[in-house]
Design a protein around this ligand. Structure first.
Ligand code: GDP
Length: 427
Protein backbone atom coordinates (compact mmCIF):
# COMPACT_ATOMS: atom_id res chain seq x y z
CA UNK A 1 0.00 0.00 0.00
CA UNK A 2 2.89 2.35 0.65
CA UNK A 3 3.98 3.93 -2.61
CA UNK A 4 5.46 7.22 -3.72
CA UNK A 5 2.29 9.19 -2.99
CA UNK A 6 0.91 7.15 -0.07
CA UNK A 7 3.38 7.73 2.76
CA UNK A 8 1.16 7.91 5.85
CA UNK A 9 -1.53 5.29 6.35
CA UNK A 10 -3.93 4.90 9.23
CA UNK A 11 -5.34 1.47 10.07
CA UNK A 12 -8.60 1.38 12.01
CA UNK A 13 -11.04 -1.28 13.08
CA UNK A 14 -14.31 -0.69 11.23
CA UNK A 15 -16.56 -2.76 13.52
CA UNK A 16 -16.42 -3.33 17.30
CA UNK A 17 -12.73 -4.20 17.58
CA UNK A 18 -10.80 -7.46 17.32
CA UNK A 19 -11.05 -7.33 13.52
CA UNK A 20 -7.48 -8.53 13.05
CA UNK A 21 -5.78 -5.13 12.89
CA UNK A 22 -2.66 -6.66 14.43
CA UNK A 23 -2.15 -8.89 11.42
CA UNK A 24 -2.63 -6.06 8.92
CA UNK A 25 -0.30 -3.78 10.87
CA UNK A 26 2.19 -6.61 10.85
CA UNK A 27 1.87 -7.03 7.07
CA UNK A 28 2.16 -3.28 6.36
CA UNK A 29 4.88 -2.69 8.94
CA UNK A 30 7.24 -4.62 6.72
CA UNK A 31 7.43 -1.56 4.49
CA UNK A 32 7.05 1.11 7.17
CA UNK A 33 9.70 3.27 8.76
CA UNK A 34 7.48 4.15 11.73
CA UNK A 35 4.52 2.49 13.44
CA UNK A 36 2.64 4.73 15.86
CA UNK A 37 -0.18 4.02 18.34
CA UNK A 38 -2.52 6.96 18.86
CA UNK A 39 -5.25 6.03 21.37
CA UNK A 40 -6.38 3.49 23.91
CA UNK A 41 -4.08 1.75 26.29
CA UNK A 42 -3.49 -1.66 27.74
CA UNK A 43 -7.13 -2.58 27.03
CA UNK A 44 -6.22 -3.21 23.40
CA UNK A 45 -4.71 -6.54 22.52
CA UNK A 46 -3.24 -7.32 19.15
CA UNK A 47 -2.36 -10.92 18.48
CA UNK A 48 0.45 -11.36 16.02
CA UNK A 49 1.48 -14.78 14.79
CA UNK A 50 4.97 -15.18 13.42
CA UNK A 51 5.87 -18.75 12.56
CA UNK A 52 4.74 -20.86 15.49
CA UNK A 53 5.05 -18.01 17.94
CA UNK A 54 2.06 -15.92 18.89
CA UNK A 55 2.59 -12.63 20.70
CA UNK A 56 -0.09 -10.45 22.26
CA UNK A 57 0.91 -6.82 22.36
CA UNK A 58 -1.17 -4.42 24.39
CA UNK A 59 0.77 -1.18 24.34
CA UNK A 60 3.91 -1.61 22.30
CA UNK A 61 3.08 -1.08 18.60
CA UNK A 62 3.19 -4.41 16.80
CA UNK A 63 5.69 -2.97 14.31
CA UNK A 64 8.29 -3.76 16.96
CA UNK A 65 8.48 -7.30 15.59
CA UNK A 66 10.05 -5.94 12.40
CA UNK A 67 13.74 -5.19 12.83
CA UNK A 68 14.60 -1.62 11.88
CA UNK A 69 11.06 -0.26 12.18
CA UNK A 70 10.74 2.51 14.74
CA UNK A 71 7.72 2.48 17.02
CA UNK A 72 6.10 5.30 18.91
CA UNK A 73 3.32 5.68 21.45
CA UNK A 74 1.49 8.94 20.83
CA UNK A 75 0.03 11.49 23.21
CA UNK A 76 -3.48 10.08 22.72
CA UNK A 77 -2.59 6.84 24.48
CA UNK A 78 -2.97 6.42 28.23
CA UNK A 79 0.04 4.41 29.22
CA UNK A 80 0.42 1.80 31.93
CA UNK A 81 4.20 2.10 32.35
CA UNK A 82 4.81 -1.12 34.25
CA UNK A 83 2.67 -3.07 31.80
CA UNK A 84 4.57 -1.61 28.88
CA UNK A 85 7.97 -2.52 30.29
CA UNK A 86 6.73 -6.05 31.03
CA UNK A 87 5.93 -6.30 27.31
CA UNK A 88 9.28 -4.84 26.38
CA UNK A 89 11.12 -7.27 28.66
CA UNK A 90 9.08 -10.15 27.23
CA UNK A 91 10.02 -9.11 23.70
CA UNK A 92 13.69 -8.81 24.62
CA UNK A 93 13.57 -12.27 26.21
CA UNK A 94 12.32 -13.72 22.91
CA UNK A 95 15.20 -12.07 21.05
CA UNK A 96 13.51 -8.89 19.75
CA UNK A 97 15.94 -5.97 19.73
CA UNK A 98 13.97 -3.04 21.15
CA UNK A 99 16.89 -0.73 21.99
CA UNK A 100 16.60 2.69 20.39
CA UNK A 101 13.42 1.69 18.52
CA UNK A 102 10.67 2.57 20.98
CA UNK A 103 9.63 6.17 21.64
CA UNK A 104 7.00 7.55 23.95
CA UNK A 105 5.25 10.90 23.73
CA UNK A 106 6.13 13.04 26.71
CA UNK A 107 2.54 14.32 26.52
CA UNK A 108 0.97 10.87 26.97
CA UNK A 109 -1.03 10.44 30.14
CA UNK A 110 -0.13 7.77 32.66
CA UNK A 111 -2.44 5.17 34.11
CA UNK A 112 -1.91 5.28 37.86
CA UNK A 113 -2.44 2.43 40.32
CA UNK A 114 -5.42 4.36 41.66
CA UNK A 115 -7.02 4.41 38.21
CA UNK A 116 -6.92 0.62 38.14
CA UNK A 117 -8.32 0.45 41.65
CA UNK A 118 -11.22 2.74 40.75
CA UNK A 119 -11.86 0.77 37.56
CA UNK A 120 -11.98 -2.56 39.38
CA UNK A 121 -14.14 -1.27 42.19
CA UNK A 122 -16.57 0.55 39.97
CA UNK A 123 -19.81 -1.37 39.72
CA UNK A 124 -20.98 0.98 36.98
CA UNK A 125 -17.92 0.29 34.86
CA UNK A 126 -18.74 -3.43 34.86
CA UNK A 127 -21.96 -2.63 33.02
CA UNK A 128 -20.04 -1.16 30.10
CA UNK A 129 -17.61 -4.05 29.96
CA UNK A 130 -14.34 -2.43 30.99
CA UNK A 131 -11.16 -4.50 30.96
CA UNK A 132 -10.40 -3.15 34.47
CA UNK A 133 -7.05 -1.71 33.46
CA UNK A 134 -7.73 1.84 34.52
CA UNK A 135 -8.14 3.24 31.03
CA UNK A 136 -11.54 4.90 31.59
CA UNK A 137 -10.54 6.60 34.88
CA UNK A 138 -7.23 7.77 33.33
CA UNK A 139 -9.07 9.37 30.41
CA UNK A 140 -11.56 10.91 32.85
CA UNK A 141 -8.70 12.54 34.75
CA UNK A 142 -7.15 13.71 31.48
CA UNK A 143 -10.32 15.52 30.42
CA UNK A 144 -10.88 16.84 33.95
CA UNK A 145 -7.34 18.34 33.76
CA UNK A 146 -6.26 16.20 36.68
CA UNK A 147 -4.10 13.78 34.70
CA UNK A 148 -0.41 13.04 35.01
CA UNK A 149 1.70 13.13 31.88
CA UNK A 150 5.03 11.51 31.18
CA UNK A 151 6.69 14.95 31.16
CA UNK A 152 5.56 15.53 34.76
CA UNK A 153 8.08 12.89 35.82
CA UNK A 154 10.79 15.46 35.09
CA UNK A 155 9.50 17.59 37.98
CA UNK A 156 9.38 15.68 41.30
CA UNK A 157 7.75 18.49 43.30
CA UNK A 158 5.00 18.98 40.74
CA UNK A 159 4.55 15.22 40.46
CA UNK A 160 4.01 14.88 44.21
CA UNK A 161 1.23 17.49 44.17
CA UNK A 162 -0.46 15.86 41.16
CA UNK A 163 -0.31 12.38 42.67
CA UNK A 164 -1.74 13.66 45.95
CA UNK A 165 -4.57 15.39 44.08
CA UNK A 166 -5.29 12.34 41.97
CA UNK A 167 -5.22 10.03 44.98
CA UNK A 168 -7.60 12.23 46.89
CA UNK A 169 -10.01 12.30 43.99
CA UNK A 170 -9.79 8.52 43.55
CA UNK A 171 -10.50 8.01 47.23
CA UNK A 172 -13.58 10.22 47.02
CA UNK A 173 -14.85 8.05 44.18
CA UNK A 174 -14.06 4.85 46.07
CA UNK A 175 -15.92 6.03 49.13
CA UNK A 176 -18.80 7.05 46.87
CA UNK A 177 -19.01 3.44 45.67
CA UNK A 178 -19.09 2.29 49.27
CA UNK A 179 -15.75 0.54 48.69
CA UNK A 180 -13.50 0.20 51.71
CA UNK A 181 -10.36 0.17 49.54
CA UNK A 182 -8.22 3.30 49.46
CA UNK A 183 -5.43 4.49 47.20
CA UNK A 184 -2.14 5.52 48.75
CA UNK A 185 -0.16 8.47 47.36
CA UNK A 186 3.15 7.28 48.83
CA UNK A 187 2.77 3.89 47.13
CA UNK A 188 2.06 5.54 43.77
CA UNK A 189 4.96 7.98 44.13
CA UNK A 190 7.39 5.19 44.99
CA UNK A 191 6.26 3.22 41.92
CA UNK A 192 6.67 6.30 39.71
CA UNK A 193 10.11 7.06 41.10
CA UNK A 194 11.22 3.53 40.31
CA UNK A 195 10.05 3.66 36.73
CA UNK A 196 10.75 7.32 35.88
CA UNK A 197 14.34 6.92 34.59
CA UNK A 198 13.31 4.16 32.19
CA UNK A 199 10.28 6.11 30.97
CA UNK A 200 12.13 9.39 30.55
CA UNK A 201 14.84 7.64 28.58
CA UNK A 202 12.34 6.99 25.76
CA UNK A 203 10.20 10.13 26.18
CA UNK A 204 10.18 12.74 23.47
CA UNK A 205 8.00 15.02 21.36
CA UNK A 206 6.50 12.30 19.15
CA UNK A 207 4.44 14.78 17.12
CA UNK A 208 7.62 16.60 16.17
CA UNK A 209 9.50 13.38 15.40
CA UNK A 210 6.74 12.05 13.15
CA UNK A 211 6.19 15.39 11.40
CA UNK A 212 9.90 15.52 10.63
CA UNK A 213 9.91 11.94 9.43
CA UNK A 214 6.93 12.72 7.16
CA UNK A 215 8.80 15.68 5.69
CA UNK A 216 11.69 13.40 4.88
CA UNK A 217 9.33 11.03 3.07
CA UNK A 218 9.18 8.28 5.69
CA UNK A 219 6.49 5.58 5.48
CA UNK A 220 4.36 6.04 8.60
CA UNK A 221 1.74 3.60 9.81
CA UNK A 222 -0.74 4.84 12.38
CA UNK A 223 -2.08 1.88 14.33
CA UNK A 224 -5.62 2.16 15.69
CA UNK A 225 -6.92 0.06 18.54
CA UNK A 226 -10.47 -1.18 19.21
CA UNK A 227 -13.04 -0.33 16.54
CA UNK A 228 -15.00 2.54 15.04
CA UNK A 229 -18.25 1.51 16.72
CA UNK A 230 -16.44 1.84 20.06
CA UNK A 231 -15.40 5.46 19.38
CA UNK A 232 -16.48 7.70 22.25
CA UNK A 233 -18.14 10.12 19.80
CA UNK A 234 -19.18 7.93 16.89
CA UNK A 235 -19.72 4.55 18.51
CA UNK A 236 -22.67 2.98 20.26
CA UNK A 237 -22.50 5.38 23.20
CA UNK A 238 -22.43 4.67 26.14
CA UNK A 239 -21.20 1.18 25.20
CA UNK A 240 -17.93 2.59 23.91
CA UNK A 241 -14.33 3.06 24.90
CA UNK A 242 -12.99 6.35 26.25
CA UNK A 243 -11.08 7.54 23.20
CA UNK A 244 -11.52 8.43 19.53
CA UNK A 245 -10.76 5.21 17.73
CA UNK A 246 -11.67 6.61 14.32
CA UNK A 247 -9.18 7.98 11.80
CA UNK A 248 -9.56 11.58 13.00
CA UNK A 249 -8.22 10.44 16.35
CA UNK A 250 -4.93 9.55 14.70
CA UNK A 251 -4.00 13.15 13.87
CA UNK A 252 -4.98 14.31 17.35
CA UNK A 253 -3.41 11.36 19.15
CA UNK A 254 -0.02 11.68 17.44
CA UNK A 255 0.17 15.44 16.99
CA UNK A 256 0.37 15.55 13.20
CA UNK A 257 -1.69 17.27 10.52
CA UNK A 258 -4.87 15.49 9.41
CA UNK A 259 -3.85 16.51 5.89
CA UNK A 260 -0.73 14.41 6.20
CA UNK A 261 -2.72 11.15 6.28
CA UNK A 262 -2.83 9.76 2.75
CA UNK A 263 -4.93 6.61 3.19
CA UNK A 264 -7.22 4.97 5.71
CA UNK A 265 -7.49 1.18 5.77
CA UNK A 266 -10.50 -0.22 7.61
CA UNK A 267 -10.18 -3.74 8.94
CA UNK A 268 -13.39 -5.79 9.08
CA UNK A 269 -14.15 -9.42 9.74
CA UNK A 270 -16.18 -11.28 7.15
CA UNK A 271 -18.78 -11.43 9.93
CA UNK A 272 -19.22 -9.36 13.12
CA UNK A 273 -18.21 -9.71 16.75
CA UNK A 274 -18.34 -7.57 19.84
CA UNK A 275 -17.31 -8.00 23.44
CA UNK A 276 -19.52 -6.96 26.33
CA UNK A 277 -22.88 -5.24 26.41
CA UNK A 278 -24.39 -2.92 23.80
CA UNK A 279 -26.17 -3.30 20.50
CA UNK A 280 -25.15 -5.94 17.96
CA UNK A 281 -28.04 -5.91 15.48
CA UNK A 282 -26.98 -9.01 13.54
CA UNK A 283 -26.23 -11.19 16.59
CA UNK A 284 -26.67 -14.95 16.10
CA UNK A 285 -28.78 -17.15 18.31
CA UNK A 286 -26.88 -19.05 21.01
CA UNK A 287 -26.17 -22.18 18.95
CA UNK A 288 -24.91 -20.32 15.88
CA UNK A 289 -22.90 -17.96 18.10
CA UNK A 290 -21.17 -20.90 19.68
CA UNK A 291 -20.43 -22.48 16.30
CA UNK A 292 -18.83 -19.34 14.85
CA UNK A 293 -17.06 -18.53 18.13
CA UNK A 294 -15.39 -21.91 18.01
CA UNK A 295 -14.57 -21.71 14.29
CA UNK A 296 -13.15 -18.20 14.64
CA UNK A 297 -11.62 -18.64 18.11
CA UNK A 298 -13.59 -15.62 19.24
CA UNK A 299 -12.25 -15.11 22.73
CA UNK A 300 -10.70 -11.81 23.84
CA UNK A 301 -6.92 -11.48 23.44
CA UNK A 302 -6.75 -9.40 26.62
CA UNK A 303 -9.53 -10.76 28.80
CA UNK A 304 -10.27 -14.22 27.36
CA UNK A 305 -13.94 -13.23 27.35
CA UNK A 306 -16.10 -14.99 24.75
CA UNK A 307 -17.05 -12.57 21.98
CA UNK A 308 -20.63 -12.18 20.76
CA UNK A 309 -20.93 -13.10 17.08
CA UNK A 310 -23.25 -12.17 14.20
CA UNK A 311 -23.49 -11.76 10.44
CA UNK A 312 -21.63 -9.02 8.57
CA UNK A 313 -23.51 -5.76 8.98
CA UNK A 314 -23.16 -3.55 5.90
CA UNK A 315 -25.03 -0.69 7.62
CA UNK A 316 -22.39 -0.58 10.34
CA UNK A 317 -19.43 -0.86 7.97
CA UNK A 318 -20.80 1.70 5.52
CA UNK A 319 -21.09 4.07 8.47
CA UNK A 320 -17.49 3.31 9.42
CA UNK A 321 -16.40 3.94 5.81
CA UNK A 322 -17.94 7.40 6.02
CA UNK A 323 -16.81 8.39 9.50
CA UNK A 324 -13.21 7.32 8.84
CA UNK A 325 -13.02 8.28 5.17
CA UNK A 326 -11.81 4.77 4.46
CA UNK A 327 -9.93 4.37 1.21
CA UNK A 328 -9.80 0.60 1.43
CA UNK A 329 -10.93 -2.44 3.40
CA UNK A 330 -9.10 -5.44 4.71
CA UNK A 331 -11.64 -8.25 5.06
CA UNK A 332 -10.33 -10.82 7.55
CA UNK A 333 -11.31 -14.28 8.70
CA UNK A 334 -13.06 -15.28 5.48
CA UNK A 335 -11.84 -18.83 6.22
CA UNK A 336 -14.00 -18.93 9.35
CA UNK A 337 -17.10 -19.04 7.10
CA UNK A 338 -15.74 -21.88 4.92
CA UNK A 339 -17.98 -24.60 6.36
CA UNK A 340 -21.21 -22.65 6.74
CA UNK A 341 -24.10 -23.69 4.49
CA UNK A 342 -25.41 -20.19 3.94
CA UNK A 343 -24.17 -16.77 4.85
CA UNK A 344 -26.19 -13.71 5.77
CA UNK A 345 -25.33 -10.15 4.90
CA UNK A 346 -27.29 -7.40 6.62
CA UNK A 347 -28.29 -4.63 4.21
CA UNK A 348 -30.62 -2.59 6.41
CA UNK A 349 -32.69 -2.54 9.58
CA UNK A 350 -36.45 -2.93 9.24
CA UNK A 351 -38.48 -0.83 11.60
CA UNK A 352 -42.24 -0.72 11.10
CA UNK A 353 -42.75 -0.52 7.36
CA UNK A 354 -39.43 1.21 6.69
CA UNK A 355 -35.88 0.08 6.19
CA UNK A 356 -33.14 2.09 7.91
CA UNK A 357 -29.80 2.15 6.11
CA UNK A 358 -27.93 4.81 8.11
CA UNK A 359 -26.61 3.81 11.51
CA UNK A 360 -28.43 5.86 14.17
CA UNK A 361 -26.89 7.92 16.98
CA UNK A 362 -29.68 7.07 19.40
CA UNK A 363 -29.56 3.45 20.50
CA UNK A 364 -33.29 3.60 21.20
CA UNK A 365 -33.72 3.71 17.41
CA UNK A 366 -32.23 0.22 17.26
CA UNK A 367 -34.76 -1.26 19.64
CA UNK A 368 -37.19 -3.57 17.90
CA UNK A 369 -35.42 -3.36 14.55
CA UNK A 370 -35.10 -6.44 12.42
CA UNK A 371 -32.03 -6.88 10.24
CA UNK A 372 -32.78 -7.33 6.56
CA UNK A 373 -30.54 -10.03 5.12
CA UNK A 374 -29.35 -11.02 1.70
CA UNK A 375 -28.41 -14.70 1.75
CA UNK A 376 -25.40 -16.23 0.04
CA UNK A 377 -24.60 -19.86 -0.63
CA UNK A 378 -21.70 -21.17 1.40
CA UNK A 379 -18.69 -22.40 -0.56
CA UNK A 380 -18.03 -25.55 1.42
CA UNK A 381 -14.32 -25.59 0.67
CA UNK A 382 -11.24 -24.28 2.42
CA UNK A 383 -10.02 -20.81 1.47
CA UNK A 384 -6.93 -21.06 3.69
CA UNK A 385 -4.54 -21.61 0.79
CA UNK A 386 -5.97 -18.94 -1.51
CA UNK A 387 -3.39 -16.30 -2.42
CA UNK A 388 -5.29 -14.50 -5.17
CA UNK A 389 -8.94 -13.75 -5.89
CA UNK A 390 -8.87 -16.36 -8.63
CA UNK A 391 -8.08 -19.01 -5.99
CA UNK A 392 -11.30 -18.25 -4.14
CA UNK A 393 -14.53 -20.16 -4.81
CA UNK A 394 -17.06 -18.25 -6.94
CA UNK A 395 -19.52 -18.08 -4.05
CA UNK A 396 -16.92 -16.47 -1.79
CA UNK A 397 -16.08 -13.91 -4.47
CA UNK A 398 -19.77 -13.08 -4.91
CA UNK A 399 -20.05 -12.49 -1.17
CA UNK A 400 -16.98 -10.23 -1.10
CA UNK A 401 -18.15 -8.29 -4.17
CA UNK A 402 -21.50 -7.59 -2.57
CA UNK A 403 -19.88 -6.36 0.64
CA UNK A 404 -17.73 -3.87 -1.28
CA UNK A 405 -20.70 -2.60 -3.29
CA UNK A 406 -22.86 -2.15 -0.20
CA UNK A 407 -20.30 -0.36 1.93
CA UNK A 408 -18.97 1.66 -1.01
CA UNK A 409 -15.33 0.87 -0.42
CA UNK A 410 -12.94 -1.45 -2.28
CA UNK A 411 -11.25 -4.39 -0.59
CA UNK A 412 -7.47 -4.15 -0.64
CA UNK A 413 -6.78 -7.28 1.36
CA UNK A 414 -8.63 -10.50 2.11
CA UNK A 415 -7.24 -12.53 4.98
CA UNK A 416 -7.80 -16.28 5.05
CA UNK A 417 -5.95 -17.46 8.13
CA UNK A 418 -3.93 -16.41 11.14
CA UNK A 419 -0.51 -16.75 9.50
CA UNK A 420 1.24 -13.76 7.98
CA UNK A 421 1.28 -15.34 4.51
CA UNK A 422 -2.42 -16.23 4.55
CA UNK A 423 -3.50 -13.06 2.82
CA UNK A 424 -4.67 -11.96 -0.60
CA UNK A 425 -3.32 -8.55 -1.56
CA UNK A 426 -5.46 -6.65 -4.06
CA UNK A 427 -3.36 -3.51 -4.32
P1 GDP B 1 -7.03 -6.92 16.64
O1 GDP B 1 -7.14 -6.35 18.00
O2 GDP B 1 -7.91 -6.22 15.66
O3 GDP B 1 -5.62 -7.06 16.17
O4 GDP B 1 -7.61 -8.35 16.70
P2 GDP B 1 -7.18 -9.57 17.65
O5 GDP B 1 -5.74 -9.82 17.53
O6 GDP B 1 -7.75 -9.42 19.00
O7 GDP B 1 -8.02 -10.72 16.99
C1 GDP B 1 -7.76 -11.12 15.79
C2 GDP B 1 -7.56 -12.62 15.89
O8 GDP B 1 -7.91 -13.16 14.68
C3 GDP B 1 -6.12 -13.02 16.13
O9 GDP B 1 -6.05 -14.18 16.89
C4 GDP B 1 -5.61 -13.27 14.73
O10 GDP B 1 -4.55 -14.18 14.65
C5 GDP B 1 -6.82 -13.84 14.09
N1 GDP B 1 -6.91 -13.60 12.67
C6 GDP B 1 -6.57 -12.48 11.97
N2 GDP B 1 -6.84 -12.66 10.67
C7 GDP B 1 -7.37 -13.90 10.54
C8 GDP B 1 -7.88 -14.65 9.44
O11 GDP B 1 -7.92 -14.21 8.31
N3 GDP B 1 -8.37 -15.89 9.72
C9 GDP B 1 -8.37 -16.43 10.95
N4 GDP B 1 -8.88 -17.65 11.13
N5 GDP B 1 -7.91 -15.74 12.02
C10 GDP B 1 -7.41 -14.50 11.81
Amino acid sequence: MFDTSTRTIVIVGAQWGDEGKGKLVDVLAERADWVVRYQGGANAGHTVHVGDESTVLHQVPSGILHPGVRCAIGNGVVLDPEGMFEEVDGLVATGVDVAGRLYLSDRAHLVMPYHKLVDKESAASKAIGTTGRGIGPAYEDKVARRGIRVLDLRHPARLRVLVEQGTEHANQILSGFGSNKRADAAFTLAALERIAPRLLAIAEDVGLAISRAQKQGAAVLLEGAQGSLLDVDHGTYPFVTSSNTTAGGAAVGVGISPRSIDAALGVVKAYTTRVGAGPLPTEFDAAMSQQVRTLGNEFGATTGRPRRCGWFDAVVVRYAVRVNGLTGLAITKLDVLDTLERIGLCVGFRVGGEVMTEFPGDLADLEGIEPVYEWFDGWGTSTAEARSLADLPTAARAYLDRIQALVECPAQYVSVGTRRDQIIGLV
